[in-house]
Design a protein around this ligand. Sequence first.
Ligand code: NDP
Ligand code: MG
Length: 387
Amino acid sequence: MKSISILGATGSIGTNALEIVRQFPDRFAVAALTANTRAAALAELIVEFRPRIAAVADADYADQLRTLLPADLDVAIVHGEDGYVQAATCEAADIVLGAMVGAAGLVPTLAAIDAGKDIALANKETLVMAGAIVMQRVRERGVKLMPVDSEHSAIFQSMAGQGPNRIREILLTASGGPFRERKICDFDAITPAQALDHPNWSMGNKITIDSATLMNKGLEVIEAHWLFDTDFDDIKVVIHPQSIIHSMVTYADGAVLAQMGVPDMKGAIAYGLSHPHRLPLNLPAPDFPRIGTLTFEEPDLERFPCLGLAFSAGKAGGTMPTVLNAANEEVVAAFLDGRLPFTGIHAIVDQTLNQHCRASGTDLDQIIAADHWARETARSLIRRQEC
Ligand code: NDP
Ligand code: MG
């Protein structure tokens, strides 16, 4: 029996994970659950899964949550960053599923590592912001860090059993999102509703916009760099619109190993939680005769400049990826609120990166300062273009 703390339990990854817990009650229990503001959704999960700790964003949401729960329920309701840290370090937890969205995941994930918890990580922003610090702590504490992002789970699976065999390159696949074939001159007219309509995957809003700009793939390149200790020059992105091959690894002899499956995150989440065991999930395997053709294309960096920005920020290193991530979170929120056109997303991230004085990023205070600076800079650039 494995007890899980789920950070971001009410989100797309969190609810998929809880479906797996529901399906395998003999294998998994729930130690802690967190949400941001959706107290009612969290209350339902608390009643069903009986965690020891539940955390929300602030004291008002915590009060709201208490009123929604039966008075005799034995659960500690906590809030704020300290509350998320308590959930992440809960004594009963064997493994922490990092499924919060954005930079908010960093401090609780580091606390979980420091507390010796194994981590199943969906929250890629944590590695983009502070990959050097996170990986160093993982090594120091000797905890297991399992990728939950489907591409990184695929790479991990394609590396299993290969021992010291030399890797030539990692091939990260990308669906290309909803605008793979749209005319670039029409990009200014893209609405949030159009960008939220992903052809293959059902996900939270922020990652869905990142998938439409291909910033998501850029963040994943940086995530792969840290998880697999691979140079940026040895990570390639391949557009694969069918999303059946989740990613591939090319070895020294030119052999390519790939992991395939239907586009459903439950496969990668279950593997992250139960490795090395594969659970009997009720997911179909791809129906190859029906699919017929798998296709591949080079990514078009003129159409998707965010991918190029992420490669450059990753190669520059230090606090540049932190700034890329923070500016991107701000512009995605502004785009979703209708304050920024789709094409403003890359333009403002680019300007923010250009204005940044890079620091080494080996110290958490530096990372947090760079994150705050980038948010303020991006917000002021967004305001300026609104006038
Ligand atoms: P969702 O938006 O669906 O869910 C996010 C979760 O985090 C919710 O529980 C939300 O709470 C909580 N949350 C949001 N903001 C904060 C905050 N500031 N502080 C604390 N908690 C917060 O996101 P997804 O599940 O889609 O994605 C989660 C992470 O997993 C992201 O990093 C994403 O990149 C990554 N990922 C997601 C995939 C997917 O298929 N969805 C695939 C691969 C990676 P509330 O409900 O109260 O708002
Ligand atoms: Mg992914």
